[in-house]
Design a protein around this ligand. Structure first.
Ligand code: ATP
Ligand code: MG
Length: 280
């Protein structure tokens, strides 16, 4: 994947959602957003296609995940791209995956987007504008969101054609998913801040699922009952210790376990490449 040396940004008004962009979003913390983003990027790579992984979380979990692969210290990040409007060079993590990294300074963007003359006109559209020049050079853009419904998440939802919403079956708070889905609706309609009427919930993804635990199974059944009519609910990501091992080696879990690679390949084929239907 070759990114151009010279980058030109459109205006905020001329920056629609990107057809090939998927946000991974849920305001509840620790539900597997970052792991999902990384596993999808890896599965896209196994299929020989390219991904730009975009870290929109000031915690920078996706960036830190790859710390063992980084050959040099990170000198520019999403803050420079979004707040300063400076084109930044994606970090190549492999033949098929590049990363636009985050740093804790990105947290300031929440106040700055609404205040800066260059962004305040349509503060939700800043990411869509920033990613527009990169999008034609990759097959897929995967955006990892912070655990909040702040302006960073709203930017991610405005830049993407699709959103994937991970929901942990381990502990599900009653209001997390309704609030998330309301935010998706708001982003679809919010003309004043730069809306995205094309945003589609690709699926709800149950995560951290322990199939032997009764509580987890009843949570999963409840998700199907309450949301199955309106949304696609993908078969759950199982809780496995190998995910922790994968973090400690800066690799995706699929490279440690062929069965888990199979799960993410199937997820990516159906939800990202949209090649087949989910098994009922
Ligand atoms: N299927 C799984 N099995 C076991 N551990 C997992 C699984 N998925 C994620 N984890 C672990 O759970 C923790 C949270 O995962 P992750 O960082 O992906 O969540 P997140 O939603 O991105 O969190 P945050 O909201 O803080 O950004 C991590 O330590 C990760 O390694
Ligand atoms: Mg995360």
């Amino acid at each position: 994947m070759q990114f151009p040396e010279e980058i030109h940004f459109p205006s905020l008004q001329d920056a629609p959602a990107l057809e090939n962009a998927y946000s991974i979003a849920m305001q509840k913390g620790g539900v597997g957003k970052t792991v999902t983003a990384i596993c999808v990027a890896a599965a896209v790579a196994r299929a020989g296609r390219t991904t730009l992984l975009v870290d929109m979380d000031p915690q920078a979990s996706a960036t830190i995940y790859f710390k063992y692969l980084l050959k040099a210290p990170i000198t520019e990040s999403m803050y420079n791209l979004l707040v300063e409007g400076k084109p930044i060079k994606p970090i190549k993590l492999g033949r098929y995956v590049s990363l636009l990294p985050a740093h804790v300074d990105l947290a300031a963007a929440n106040q700055l987007f609404a205040a800066l003359p260059t962004t305040r006109e349509l503060p939700n559209r800043v990411l869509a504008r920033a990613l527009a020049p990169y999008a034609p050079h990759v097959d897929y853009i995967i955006i990892d969101c912070p655990p909040s419904l702040d302006l960073l998440t709203k930017n991610a939802l405005t830049a993407a054609r699709y959103v994937i919403i991970p929901v942990s079956t381990e502990e599900m708070s009653e209001d997390a998913l309704p609030n998330m889905l309301n935010t998706v609706q708001d982003v679809r309609r919010d003309l004043r801040n730069g809306n995205n009427p094309t945003l589609e919930v690709r699926c709800l993804l149950p995560t951290l699922h322990s199939a032997r635990e009764r509580e987890a199974n009843s949570t999963l059944a409840r998700i199907h009952e309450e949301y199955g009519k309106d949304y696609c609910i993908y078969p759950p990501v199982l809780r496995k210790t190998k995910y922790k091992k994968a973090v400690s080696q800066s690799v995706d879990v699929g490279s440690l376990d062929p069965e888990l690679a199979g799960y993410w390949n199937e997820f990516t084929a159906t939800m990202i490449f949209q090649e087949s239907q989910v098994a009922p």
